[in-house]
Design a protein around this ligand. Sequence first.
Ligand code: PLP
Length: 454
Amino acid sequence: MSKVPYKIYLSEKELPTKWYNIQADMPTPLKPPLNPQTKKPVSPEDLAAIFPKDLILQEVSQEQYIDIPEEVQELYKSFRPSPLCRAYRLEKALGTPARIYYKYEGVTPSGSHKLNTAIPQVYYNKIVGIKRLSTETGAGQWGSALSIATKMFGLACTVYMVKVSYQQKPYRKSLMETFGATVIPSPSQLTEAGKRILAENPDSLGSLGIAISEAVEDAATHADTNYALGSVLNHVILHQTIIGQEAKLQMEKIDEYPDIIIGCCGGGSNFAGITFPFLKDKIKDGKKLRAIAVEPKACPTLTKGQFAYDFGDTAQMTPITMMYTLGHGFVPPGIHAGGLRYHGDSPLVSQLYKDGLIEARAVHQTEIFESAVLFAQTEGILPAPESSHAIKGAIDEALKCKQSGEAKTILFCLSGHGHFDLSAYEAYHNKQLEDFEYSDEMLEEGLKCIPTIE
Ligand SMILES: *Cc1c(COP(=O)(O)O)cnc(C)c1O
C-alpha cells in the first residue's frame, strides 16, 4: 500500500465556494436570542446598530449552503487551503495503531483560524460603507486577524484587549499596531462600561465579557462604526466551516473518513468549523462519528456550566442567548490559553451538546503543555496553548486505541501556532504553571447572575 503523504492539499479549483449552515439540519432549532432590555426576541433592527445587514441575515438563515462572495474567495486563496497533515511521528512516539490527522490553521497570515471569519466580516461591513470596526481580543489572535483584514479592505480598527493579555503578550499588541489598529487595554476609561468596572475594582485584569461590553458600546455610540465578534455567533461559525469542508475533501483524496474529530473549545468556532460539515453526515445519514470539544478545567463551560439564557457580556449589553454558561459575571482564572477564557459558548455548539450529538471534556493547563511539547518535538510545530487542548484530546484517544488495538482515524483542528505564547511555555518549563480546579462553590456563585426569563 502506498503511504499517505505527510500533507494533503487541494488545488485552487477545488476550494469550497459555499459555507455550510448547520441550522438547516439541526434536530432542535435554536431558541431565539432576546433583547437585553425588553427580554423579547431580538429584531433585526436591534442588531442593525452594530452589524451589517448580510451578517444579520446569516445569523438567522436556514439555508443549508451560503455563497462565499468572490472577493472573499480570492482572499481565501492567498492562504487556503490549510494543509491536512498526517502525524506520523506523533503516532510513532505514542506507539498507537490510530491514524492521526490534523488540519493546520496556523498557516494563515494571522497565525490562527480567526482570519477565516475576519475577512468576510470586514467585507460585509465595507460594502455598506462602514469606516471602522471595534472589537475585543483575549489572547490577541482575534485582534490580530481583524487588524489584518481591516487593513486589506482599508477600514480602521479599534481593539479592546483584555488587560491581563495586554500585559502578558506585548508582541501581539505590536503586531496589531503594525497593521494599523488602535489597541486599548480593557477595562479602560474610554467607555461607560469600562469606567464602571474600574470604579468597582481599579486592579481589574479584565475578561472577554468586559472587553465585549466596551467594544459594543463603542460601536453602538458611533454611526460609522460597527462591532465584530471573533467567535460564538452563528455567522462566525458559518464562516469557519471552510475548515471542515476542506478537511472532508482532503480526506476523500486519501480514502479516509474520521471516526473521531476533536477541537479545542472557547467560543466554539474552530471546533464547529472542523466538525459541522462532518456532523451533517451524522445528522442526515446516521454516520458513526464522535465529535469531542476540549475545554480548560479553569473555564469548564460545557462540562460544568448550565444550559440557560444568559448575557454574552459583563455589562449586559449583548442579546441574551440560550447557551451553556458559567454566568456572565464570571471572571476566569488567568490561564495561558486566553482564547478559551469565555463564560459562555456558541448557541449552535451548546444546542448540539444538549442534544447529545457532540461530547465535551475538560483538561488542566499543565497536561496541555505536556501534550504541546510532545507535539512540538515530534511534528515540529509549536502549537498555541488553546490548540493544545485538542492535541491532548487526540493523544488521549490515540492512547485508548493503543490499549484496545483499534486503528481508529482521528482528526483534530490545530487552530493556531504558539509563537506569541512563549512566556507561557517558559512558565511551563520552569514549573510555574498552576492548575485551577473550578469548584462547585465558584460555579454556584457564577450562576447566581443568570437572568430569569419567563
Ligand atoms: C480564539 C482561538 C481559539 C478559541 O476560539 P474558538 O472560537 O473556540 O475557536 C482557539 N484556538 C486559537 C488558536 C484561537 O486563536
